[in-house]
Write a protein that binds this ligand. Structure first.
Ligand SMILES: [Fe+2]
Length: 393
């Protein structure tokens, strides 16, 4: 195959400064101070806001002389209004930085709040399209310390937030390179309490990120290597983390796999995410769960473009008879082992919903990383397969 050297280009932006390890939440105040904060706003979701880990963090910051405000009015799939309200609280309480604390929803909302405190345009003007990120006033952005409490989205190392536009029912990707948090505190002890189903679903989101990044055709060899090892960690540790939520070794490896997935997907995502986003926006399905359901159908659809890569992946994962089928069989077995529904129909998405979802998927920026170019006909077919359970195109 002849390679055009002009295609060997890209904008690479990692790694993030990460403080990784059990117990490192104790360094939260220190991390805030390192980024110049004197009065942070801790952004989390309503469930976590009353949990000891958040209450303790607020107390510890106060004891360190860092009075910290709290904002937790965030939906499971955060909406533009949640970001607006957070900006209002940030300004009203005189904050100068953001602690993004929680799962993907809280982290995404927090990063968007940190972006929007310095802008005077609506958030939708910063969607991940063309050169729209150049509209951002970077000097107004607030510094962010991110504290993930799930091992999945990897939003703690990402440069974007997924926010739902309630008017259009679209999940929009809000992007700027400086949205990458300044410091991450990755403490696997914070993920110990995550229930079995969320452990499985968020873990499958981590797999989807690594897998789609690995299959994306864009040029990013660093991301390629990270994605490969990220998938190996999921294979080795996700079943153990689900089987025994108290297994700190498994939790730590999954937290690493999640950050690796989001680091890798700078290389691009694909149709798994393009299908999943509208399902979440319209039917409020869990993001990681939806990804897990559609994953084998998207792999089957992309097969002709990814046979070589799947074979290489199968070798690295030490699967028997390395090939596309080896990876597909592993994904199907993992999905079953984790008790994940085999079709979208079981999530309440049926054939009559496909007409509405397809055009939404077609304008999702994730489409750009799919190994086969996709428009409405291709996405419709993948929706049909995912609803009916057919694994052949
Ligand atoms: Fe995702």
């Amino acid at each position: 195959m002849t390679i055009d050297p002009q295609t060997l280009r890209g904008n690479w932006n990692f790694p993030t400064l990460m403080r990784f390890g059990p117990g490192r939440i104790a360094e939260l105040a220190d991390a805030c101070t390192e980024l110049g904060m004197t009065r942070p706003l801790l952004v989390t979701d309503p469930g976590l806001s009353k949990m000891p880990m958040v209450v303790d963090a607020l107390d510890a910051n106060l004891a360190a002389g860092l009075e910290t405000a709290l904002f937790s009015d965030i939906k499971g799939n955060p909406i533009g209004k949640n970001v607006e309200d957070g900006v209002t609280v940030y300004r009203a309480t005189g904050c100068d930085g953001v602690i993004a604390f929680g799962g993907g929803s809280a982290l995404d909302a927090a990063k968007a709040i940190a972006l929007m405190v310095g802008q005077d345009r609506p958030i939708w003007d910063f969607e991940d399209r063309e050169d729209w990120s150049t509209r951002v006033n970077v000097f107004g952005m607030a510094p962010v310390v991110a504290v993930p409490t799930t091992a999945g989205t990897g939003s703690e190392v990402g440069r974007a937030s997924v926010i739902t536009d309630q008017e259009s029912h679209l999940k929009k990707i809000i992007f700027h390179p400086n949205m990458m948090p300044g410091i991450v505190i990755a403490d696997p002890e914070l993920t110990l309490g995550l229930p079995k189903n969320f452990t499985a679903w968020t873990g499958m989101d981590a797999l989807a990120h690594n897998l789609e990044a690995f299959c994306s055709p864009h040029f990013h060899p660093m991301a390629q290597g990270i994605a490969l090892e990220g998938m190996r960690l999921v294979k080795e540790w996700l079943p153990a983390a689900v089987a025994d939520g108290g297994n700190l070794v498994a939790r730590a490896h999954m937290l690493a796999a999640a950050t690796m997935g989001a680091t890798a997907f700078q290389k691009g995502l694909g149709a798994i995410h393009a299908l999943s986003h509208p399902c979440g926006a319209v039917h409020d399905t869990h993001h990681g769960l939806t990804n897990a359901v559609v994953m084998p159908y998207v792999l089957a659809f992309n097969r002709s473009a990814i046979e070589d890569r799947m074979t290489a992946l199968a070798r690295y994962l030490d699967l028997p008879n390395p090939s596309f089928d080896a990876v597909q069989d592993w994904v199907l077995a993992l999905r079953a082992e984790l008790d994940i529904a085999p079709t979208l129909a079981e999530l309440g998405i049926r054939a009559e919903h496909i007409d509405e979802l397809t055009p939404m998927a077609a304008i999702d920026p994730s489409c750009g990383g799919n190994p086969i170019p996709v428009g409405e006909p291709e996405l419709r077919r993948m929706f049909e397969m995912s609803v009916s359970g057919e694994l052949t195109v």
